[in-house]
Design a protein around this ligand. Structure first.
Ligand code: ADQ
Length: 489
């Protein structure tokens, strides 16, 4: 196997994530069309030049028949993707249930669902059993495709059991696991009925990575307090075996965003937006419509700002782009109605015949439209109640080198640790504080905006997604070599 420049790849990298980076649509009994979905992880790994990456994951569709499975496997192989086939019941219990209904809220400090509080409830137990079963199914596929010397990189809270399953197959496999969400305080993690089993399973990896040092510290504390293991500056030690634990803050492919701003279609969007909002300052929110993103809190803070700053009422507009996710879950449906209700009330209260203060869109935007919005807006508002990192804040900074807009950023997003010096940091629960931050951002001098932007732009363009992936994989290789040396001594 060769790279584009003709040199051989250093190593094969098996990336295992719940979802493959493609959406599959069935066109006939044995034909599929595939569309690549570019997200943070995909662009991060596209930049990893030394490794020949293959993806293993679920294609997001139920394919019960053998003909369909074979055809999809073949189509995916051309994109270097390998499918794990999960049936509807497993998806319901493992993905909707244990992953999204239990681990996601818990890791974001929203607690366990009330009805699942007791470890003995049937639904909790069956969801956990399905979670383990699904992780074993991922492991079976990885094991089938693994070749000696490969690096296996497991991603996120969906696959916490995977390192254990893989090491049971082959203790020599190089296994890394990275969490994209926060890892909560050990006091939160210990409420989980399956707390110990999950920690032990993750510890089977050689390297465990988090976005921030705090999340890594919480994980080590959970292992020391709940499992009684020894925490060292390097990681966690269990009977002489060390699992290395460290922080690897993710970044974005900043060049992709910066270059996009030159494209004619993006320039056209920019021109249109400038015309449309002429004479008004524009604030931007871009989020998945999820409880963790603090969208109601953001809108209420904007209302407070309008209440207290009458002179700004017809001079500022908030564009909130919220892409719907997990739309079949009642809590998410409730959140959507709640947001619509607040937006309607505020627009009724402060709107005029010609303009409304909030434009709320329940949809995803294409990449070019998103870049244009990032480039023309004066302020970005990120008010996550908890967020592993938050890439929207990075993307905004990457597109603001001409305008030098202000980033208002929640102190509970991992990004606060890297962009804190340039952003205005806020506690999203404190509506008065966020309203004051909006006033500060809108009134900020151009010198101060420039100074703050410069700091953040330097960070976003140097700590890229590519660097993140390269660092993790090199560290994983080194960790395994060091462990081998230790056992030989
Ligand atoms: P997410 O919770 O999805 O990711 P984030 O990091 O902000 O959050 O990434 C969202 C991505 O989706 C961005 O690339 C953004 O451009 C895109 N996006 C969001 N809303 C959109 C919209 N309305 N239209 C178009 N695109 C939209 C999880 C964790 C984060 C962590 C990442 C990466 O929750 O904390 O930063 O993984 O590790």
């Amino acid at each position: 196997c060769e790279r584009q420049d003709g040199r051989p790849f250093r190593q094969r990298l098996l990336v295992v994530a719940n979802r493959l980076p493609v959406s599959a649509v069935r066109r006939g009994e044995d034909s599929w069309s595939l569309e690549i979905s570019v997200g943070g992880l995909v662009s991060a790994l596209l930049g990893v030049k030394e490794f020949e990456a293959r993806w293993i994951g679920w294609a997001g569709v139920n394919v019960p028949d053998e003909i369909g499975q074979k055809a999809l496997t073949k189509a995916l192989a051309e994109k270097r993707c390998i499918p794990v086939f999960l049936d509807e019941e497993i998806v319901h219990q493992y993905y909707n249930g244990y992953c999204n209904n239990i681990l996601w809220p818990l890791f974001h400090y929203l607690g366990l669902p009330q009805e699942d509080r007791l470890a003995t409830t049937r639904s909790f137990q069956s969801q956990f059993a399905a979670y383990k079963k699904a992780n074993q199914m991922f492991a079976d596929v990885v094991n089938k495709h693994y070749e000696e010397g490969d690096v296996v990189w497991c991603h996120d809270y969906h696959l916490m059991f995977l390192p254990k399953c893989l090491k049971e197959y082959n203790s020599k496999m190089k296994v890394g696991w990275f969490l994209h969400t926060p890892f909560p305080s050990s006091e939160i993690h210990r409420t989980l009925p399956s707390r110990s089993e999950l920690l032990h399973a993750v510890l089977a990896a050689d390297l465990v990575g988090f976005h921030t040092y705090d999340y890594a510290r919480h994980f080590v504390s959970a292992c020391t307090r709940i499992l009684g293991l020894e925490g060292t500056p390097e990681g966690v030690e269990d009977q002489g075996r060390l699992t290395r634990v460290a922080a690897f803050p993710i970044g974005i492919d900043s060049v992709r965003f910066i270059r996009a701003l030159e494209l004619p279609q993006v320039q056209d969007h920019i021109k249109e937006l400038k015309e449309r909002f002429k004479g008004r300052k524009v604030m931007l929110g871009v989020d998945r419509l999820d409880m963790i993103k603090g969208i109601p809190q953001k809108i209420l803070a904007f209302e407070k700002f309008l209440e207290e700053n009458a002179q700004w009422r017809d001079k500022v507009v908030l564009l909130q782009i919220a892409v719907p996710t997990r739309t079949d879950v009642p809590e998410y449906q409730k959140l959507t109605s709640q947001v619509h209700e607040i937006v309607g009330r505020i627009n009724g209260r402060f709107g005029t015949l010609t303009a409304v203060p909030i434009h709320h869109l329940d949809r995803s935007l294409d990449f070019h439209a998103l870049c244009a919005l990032y480039a023309v807006t004066d302020v970005a508002l990120v008010t996550s109640l908890r967020d592993g990192m938050n890439l929207v804040s990075y993307e905004y900074v990457a597109c603001q080198d001409a305008k030098k807009g202000v980033l208002i950023l929640s102190e509970f997003a991992g990004a606060a640790q890297s962009l804190g010096a340039g952003a205005i940091l806020v506690n999203p629960w404190n509506v008065t504080e966020v309203a004051a931050a909006i006033a500060q951002a809108l009134n900020m001098s151009s010198e101060e905006r420039e100074k703050r932007h410069k700091h953040n732009f330097a960070h976003v363009t140097t700590h890229t997604a590519q660097e993140w992936a390269e660092t993790f994989v090199s560290e994983l290789n080194d960790t395994v070599v060091e462990a081998q040396l230790r056992t030989r001594q």
